[in-house]
Design a protein around this ligand. Structure first.
Ligand code: EPU
Length: 300
């Protein structure tokens, strides 16, 4: 039986081939490929068995806010959409057991309501919980890794294990425990108590982001990691006068130099040229190696 015929028989799963994936990343570079939407743990296990049998690779994509897809995607794009009853957030808990597909915005809203200390660190990050944990997403206030107690990951054979988090589990914008082919399916989060000032802190931080980042543009978040503690990529790019530099339909944002704005139909080539231009400048003028924070499908 073909891969498609096998997949479409599985409950809680949607599969379509040759679809427009452009809207699956916030950057909106044009991409075409096969899409698998998975709505339950069991469906994920069944799907992985079939994908393995047919030797098809997959890439799990959350909100696609820090991800670039190639013009033609050979890996199957997998989007998790597990069921979750939002009433779970009607009361404050000591610990939260949450599906990987849940948007961080729901967590932020809950933190505002109950003043959960620690949860301000992911204010405004456009990500699913799984995506945020995978890359230890963070802001100037801290990183999500500090709040994670344990993570459930499923390997490519469908076997689930629980990873207990310790001080070695995360680094700057990365985790050290999800192995190749593994998928984060859920996580237990803690908070650091209740603090009445947290709601205001989150609101102020939202406003800070709105005023310093081009949030309404088509972008992929911060393009580069900050090269060293205290050395912000945006400030360094800005200092060389590179704001507004344009290649094709892509330009360095005038609001924040570590953002690129897709002005319309920007391409992978535009991105590649702009990234290399910035990296060359940073090497030449500051002797700094600029690494991408955004996830790319293959090397530039
Ligand atoms: N700055 C400039 N020019 C610019 C941009 C920034 O001079 O064009 C200066 C700012 O004035 C500020 C400093 O650089 O004094 C730092 O800027 P910002 O507060 O925006 O912080 P950042 O280090 O550039 C980090 C995260 C962002 C997160 C913000 C706000 C990284 C790579 N970036 O940016 O995360 O939103 O803090 O908390 O860690 C992302 O991960 O995709 C992302 C955007």
């Amino acid at each position: 039986m073909s891969l498609k015929n096998e997949l479409i028989q599985i409950k809680d799963l949607e599969y379509s081939e040759g679809v427009d994936l452009t809207s699956y990343t916030t950057f909106r570079l044009r991409s075409i490929g096969d899409l698998l939407v998975v709505k339950s743990i069991l469906a994920l296990q069944n799907a992985l068995e079939i994908l393995n049998k047919h030797n098809r690779e997959y890439l799990v994509i959350g909100w696609g806010a820090n991800q670039i897809l190639p013009p033609v995607c050979d890996k199957i794009i997998m989007n998790l959409d597990f069921e979750f009853d939002k009433n779970y957030f009607s009361e404050k808990r000591d610990e939260y057991n949450l599906p990987a597909s849940l948007g961080l915005n729901h967590l932020t809203a809950h933190a505002v309501k109950f003043g959960l200390k620690g949860w301000e660190v992911f204010t405004g990050i456009p990500a699913s919980l799984g995506g945020a944990i995978f890359m230890n997403a963070g802001t100037n206030l801290g990183e999500i890794g500090a709040l994670v107690k344990s993570v459930e990951v499923m390997n490519s054979k469908g076997v689930i294990r629980e990873e207990f988090i310790n001080e070695k589990s995360f680094g700057y914008r990365k985790n050290h425990f999800v192995k190749s082919g593994e998928i984060i399916i859920s996580a237990k989060l803690r908070h650091l108590g209740v603090d009445d000032s947290i709601s205001q802190k989150i609101k102020d931080y939202m406003e800070y982001r709105r005023s310093t980042q081009p949030l309404s543009s088509k972008n992929c978040g911060c393009v580069f990691k900050n090269p060293l503690p205290g050395f912000q990529a945006g400030r360094l790019i800005d200092s060389l006068g590179l704001k507004d530099l344009r290649v094709g339909n892509l330009k360095i944002s005038s609001k924040h130099a570590n953002f690129m704005e897709n002005l319309g139909e920007a391409t992978w080539e535009d991105f590649s040229i702009l990234v290399k231009t910035i990296q060359d400048h940073m090497d030449k003028f500051y002797g700094l190696k600029f690494e991408l924070e955004v996830k790319i499908p293959y090397d530039l």
